[in-house]
Design a protein around this ligand. Sequence first.
Ligand SMILES: Cc1cc2nc3c(=O)[nH]c(=O)nc-3n(C[C@H](O)[C@H](O)[C@H](O)COP(=O)(O)OP(=O)(O)OC[C@H]3O[C@@H](n4cnc5c(N)ncnc54)[C@H](O)[C@@H]3O)c2cc1C
Length: 387
Amino acid sequence: MSIKHATIVGAGVAGLTTALSLAAKGISSDVIEQAPQLGEVGAGLQLSPNATRVLAALGVLADVERHWLEPRSIRLASGLDLRSLADLPAGEFARRRWGSPYGVLHRSTLQQALLRAVLSAPLCKLHLGRRIDGVGADALGHVTGRRPDLVVGADGAWSVARDAISGAPAVSFSGNIAWRFTVSAAEAPSFLSRGGVTAHLGPRAHLVSYPLKEINGFNLVAIAAGARSDESWALQADAARRSMLLDQFSGWHRDIRRVLSDADSPTFWPLYQASDGQWQNGRDTVLVGDAAHAMMPFSAQGAAMAIEDAFSLAHHVSRTTLPQALAHFEAERKARAARVKARGEFNRFAYHARGPVRFARDIVLALRSPESIAADLDWLYGHKIGD
Ligand SMILES: Cc1cc2nc3c(=O)[nH]c(=O)nc-3n(C[C@H](O)[C@H](O)[C@H](O)COP(=O)(O)OP(=O)(O)OC[C@H]3O[C@@H](n4cnc5c(N)ncnc54)[C@H](O)[C@@H]3O)c2cc1C
C-alpha cells in the first residue's frame, strides 16, 4: 500500500463514498465540507446496478433499500400522445441480469446513508462548515491538523481542487436546463406511472418521472434548451423561468403541460459539463465525481460515476505506489466516463429528436425487444470495479 491517510474536499456522494472506500482498504481520511450540515440537495436520484454493486460492497445498500423503490421498468414514451415507445424491464430482471438492483430514491436518502456509515467508521473524520479556497498543505492542515499523503478533490462541478492540477477540466454551460419538482400521489395525473421510471420524449425536450416512496409522490425532471443565469444550481424558478419551461413544452400532450404549469415551486438547474483535462497532478492530488467529469443527466449516471470513481481510486491506491496508482486510476476512469458521456450524447440526440429523425427513432424502438435493449446496457450496468 502506498498511502495511510487522505484529505477529501467535499462531502457529496463522491467524497463520502471515497472516505468509505478508502476505509475499507485500511486508509484513514479527513473529509472537509463547506456546508454546516448535509441537507437534501435536489430531489430524486436513479441508482443503477453498477452503482448499487459498490454500495453493497461498502455495506450501505441495505440502509438505502429500506427507503427506496425498485421500478418494474424504465419506459420511453411519447410526450406528444403518451404512447409507449420502448420498455426496459428493471426490478427482479435487473437483479438477475446485472447482479445488483436498480432503485429510485430521494437524494438525501443516499446522502444520509453514506453519512451514517462515515460517522460510524473509525477511520473517517468529517469537518462540516469549513470552506476550502485552495488545496495547499497549509489550507488543509489548518482544518485537519495533519498532512495527508493524498488529496482528493470531490468538490463538485465548480471544484477549487482543480486549481492544483495543471490542465484540469473546465466547466461550461451545456445550453440545457433542468426544472425539478415533485407531485404528491394524491394530486398525480394518471400518466405518471406508479410502477417505474418514464422518460416522455418530445422535440428538443424530455420529461423524466418516477415515484418516490419517501415523499409518497413523484419526482419530475423536465430537461430542455434554455438560457443560463448564475453559476449555481437549485434556483427557484421565477415567472420568467416558468414561462420558458412552458414554451419549451408547447405542443406536448395537454396532461403533461398541465402538470408543468401546476408545478409547485419548481427549481431551475442550468446544466454544466466538464471538458476533457487532467484529473491528477502526477504526485498527490486527484479529482473524483463531478469535479473530474460533470456530465449531463441524459443517462442518469453522474452519481453512479462518482460512486464508481471512489471505489476504483481506493482499489488502485491500495495496490501500488501513489504516482502510478493515480495514473492507473485516471486512465481507467477516463475511458469509462468518456463512454458514459458518449451514451448521454446519443440519448440527448434520440430523446430530443424532431421530424423524420423522430419517426425513425420511434420505428427502431418499436422493433427492439426488451432483451436487446437490456443487452445494449450490459457494459454500463454490469460493470465491476477491479475486474
Ligand atoms: C437534474 C439532474 C438529475 C440527475 N439525476 C441523476 C440520476 O438519476 N442518477 C445519477 O447517478 N446522477 C444523477 N445526476 C448527477 C448527480 O447528481 C451528480 O453527478 C452527483 O451528485 C455529483 O456528486 P459529487 O459528490 O461529485 O458532487 P456534489 O454533489 O456537487 O458534491 C460536492 C460537495 O463538495 C462541497 N464543496 C464544494 N466546494 C467546496 C469547497 N471549496 N470547500 C468545501 N466543500 C466544498 C459541496 O458543498 C458539496 O457537498 C443528476 C444531476 C442533475 C443536475
